[in-house]
Design a protein around this ligand. Structure first.
Ligand SMILES: [Zn+2]
Length: 316
């Protein structure tokens, strides 16, 4: 997890009402748009209990800190009378000479992903702790479902504009980007399964004498069509091993639930207030009151199913 400089937060009585702040990038003159965008999020309680810094270094694509920074989180509206607040940090790049920094399509999707965590954290108001009240199987479901909003051409054109002409992104272009998302999907999923296997298999065995290079090579061959490139050690840069530990599988399992929940939005439109309200009340706001499977059933009116995920895998 890379550390970045963030100005102190939560100082003074007015801090909790400053829900959205932008900080200048700590990168200096990164040319081009080559640095991958990263985003992370977290939660705060009331201003007087919030720590000066997040308890978790931002820089991962997600992650709610489990450290002392979380201890300020309290119920919706705050037990001490303050609004529940959160933070979302996104790394972008500086622009080319004379141009502003621009977000690429995948950057926007990552931003929405983390924003999905953020609204989940803000809406759930029944627990004292930011995490620990919800099955890990579910934590990536609201965030991965929210990735669908920027993929929707009608939603995308409401905010994505050309930086010179100010024209909204053409629907045809957004449709092409959506279609391109299907490319390599099966390989992506196999790779995710490989990561999940690394995450679990590092955890469930004696570290004494464990040859991680050998294990990674073996799992890569087992789960993907690719061989390990000699001399590489992907596990040393696999940030989720710190924090997610054995539960990297949650991305794919939460995606099963996310795709299923999204079927409800697909029926009536992504901006339909009735569906949004139902989702907020039965899933986000209900967090911590019952098992996630029950919340999903309340929202869908039926138990969760694999069908939507299978349809997505088959690019239907
Ligand atoms: Zn996430």
């Amino acid at each position: 997890m890379s550390y970045y400089n963030q100005p102190p937060y939560g100082q003074g009585a007015g801090a909790a009402s400053s829900n959205l702040q932008f900080y200048p990038s700590s990168y200096s003159n990164v040319s081009g748009h080559t640095t991958p965008s990263q985003a992370s999020y977290g939660g705060y309680g009331t201003a007087n209990t919030a720590p000066a810094y997040p308890g978790y270094g931002a820089g991962s694509s997600g992650g709610f800190g489990g450290g002392p920074g979380i201890q300020g989180v309290s119920g919706r509206m705050g037990e001490s009378g303050g609004l529940r607040t959160g933070w979302l940090a996104a790394f972008g790049t500086e622009g080319y000479e004379g141009e502003p920094g621009l977000m690429e399509y995948s950057d926007v999707i990552t931003f929405f992903h983390e924003y999905g965590h953020l609204i989940h954290g803000i809406m759930k108001g029944n627990t004292k702790w930011a995490t620990g009240d919800l099955e890990n199987d579910f934590i990536e479901a609201p965030s991965q479902m929210f990735e669908e909003w920027p993929r929707d051409p009608a939603v995308l054109k409401t905010f994505a504009r050309h930086y010179k002409t100010n024209e909204p992104i053409p629907v045809e272009l957004a449709e092409k980007a959506k279609a391109a998302d299907k490319f390599g999907r099966a390989l992506d999923v196999r790779t995710q399964m490989f990561y999940a296997a690394v995450s679990l298999d590092f955890y469930n065995r004696d570290p004494q004498g464990l040859d991680t290079d050998k294990l990674v090579a073996q799992l890569q061959t087992e789960y993907t069509p690719f061989q390990l490139v000699e001399g590489t050690h992907m596990q040393t840069a696999f940030g989720h091993l710190n924090g997610y530990s054995a539960i990297y599988y949650t991305y794919m399992w939460s995606l099963v639930i996310a795709k299923d929940m999204f079927t409800e939005f697909k029926k009536d439109g992504l901006l339909n207030p009735q569906v949004v309200t139902k989702y907020r009340d039965s899933v986000l706001g209900a967090s911590g009151t019952k098992p996630a499977a029950e919340m999903v059933r309340d929202f869908l009116g039926r138990p969760y199913s694999f069908q939507a995920y299978a349809d997505w895998l088959n690019a239907k």
